[in-house]
Design a binder for this molecule. Structure first.
Ligand code: SAM
Length: 330
């Protein structure tokens, strides 16, 4: 398998695939309640199309695939896709990002399909606030599924986005929960995409300040499997013997574009070079016009090569992607 560099000499080995734009939750900063149109099955890339693209991308150096959405577990037979991707030569890891609601129904099958790690999105550990933030989600379902994942030895991380006036009072409770369960929690800065433009995210530094009221934070010096762009700290409680790892993903205040290793496929089959920019290639159209494998390889190679240098969030980027995060795949 090759090693693929873009024109800024970044190694591109990670592909995130949004398998549906639909979701069973309506998080206020992501999909919200106003969006009611979702792609029909034939408008999404089929599993065969995804497999074909991943097989060629793997030849070019893609090793790690994340299945996301929308809510990936809403896509019919998703475990069979995970299994098929795992069997592609060159693919070392298949990961999933999910809100966890449907995990109870398919956890065994998903584990059996070979998924390597699961990131579970959790923005509140308060039943009422969780329901409000997610537009109706039941926190008890998530807690049950987290316990089952732990019991079954799934490598699990919690991903959390903090928003002013919604869950900024939840930071310490979320940490307490994660540390008690002995799982990593990562705070991700909210990027101005789609609906989140109307809400005010809390920066990593602001979150750290709140954490430091109760914990001593020291840079974590060990190796964290699959840390990606997260910077980890070891948090030790000032009041009791509680401690554990906390990660910060700070695309806005400490951008990590210079080490970006990823590409994305949106739910409508568009191969995106960067989360922020609209550039890329309409794979679905190309695939359905009967592109040859050689041509497809060239197209993917060219898309990788021309990845933008960095995102332009926070500027008035005229060429930003107008898709929602649920369509792009967060
Ligand atoms: N439904 C799945 C889930 O909830 O994990 C996968 C898709 S969801 C779009 C993936 C992640 O993107 C969630 O953790 C969500 O919090 C995050 N997200 C959505 N909009 C975001 C934004 N504007 N900035 C940062 N993260 C965002």
């Amino acid at each position: 398998m090759g090693i693929m560099l873009d024109k800024y000499c970044r190694t591109i080995n990670y592909l995130r695939i949004s398998v549906t734009d639909n979701c069973n939750l309506r998080c206020i900063y992501c999909l919200g309640k106003g969006n009611t149109y979702f792609k029909k099955e034939h408008e999404l890339l089929s599993f065969d199309e995804i497999i074909r693209v991943v097989s060629i991308a793997a030849k070019l150096g893609i090793e790690k695939i994340r299945i996301t959405g929308g809510e990936p577990l809403m896509r019919k037979n998703i475990c069979s896709l995970v299994r098929k991707i795992k069997n592609i030569a060159g693919i070392k890891e298949v990961l999933m990002t999910t809100n966890g609601i449907l995990l109870n129904e398919c956890l065994e099958e998903l584990i059996d399909s070979g998924v390597n790690k699961i990131n579970l999105s959790l923005d509140s550990i308060d039943h009422v606030k969780y329901r409000k933030l997610t537009g109706g989600g039941e926190l008890s379902t998530i807690i049950e599924v987290i316990d089952r994942c732990i019991e079954k030895g799934v490598i699990l991380k919690l991903n959390t986005v903090i928003i002013n006036n919604y869950n900024n009072g939840e930071i310490l409770n979320l940490i307490k929960f994660a540390l008690e369960k002995n799982i990593d929690i990562r705070f991700i800065e909210m990027m101005p995409i789609g609906l989140s433009k109307g809400t005010e995210g809390v920066t990593s530094d602001e979150i750290k300040k709140i954490i430091e009221e109760e914990y001593i934070l020291k840079p974590y010096e060990g190796n964290v499997l699959g840390a990606g762009p997260a910077i980890y700290y070891y948090a030790h409680s000032k009041n009791c013997n509680r401690g554990g790892r906390i990660g910060f993903i700070s695309p806005l205040t400490h951008n990590f574009c210079s080490s970006c290793n990823r590409l994305r496929i949106t739910s409508d089959g568009f191969l995106k070079q960067c989360l922020n920019w609209k550039y890329g290639v309409d794979l679905k159209n190309i695939l359905r016009k009967g592109v040859s494998d050689d041509e497809l390889e060239k197209i993917i190679k060219n898309t990788i090569l021309n990845k933008p240098n960095k995102h332009n969030f926070g500027t008035n980027n005229q060429d930003e992607d107008k898709r929602l995060m649920s369509q792009i795949g967060g």
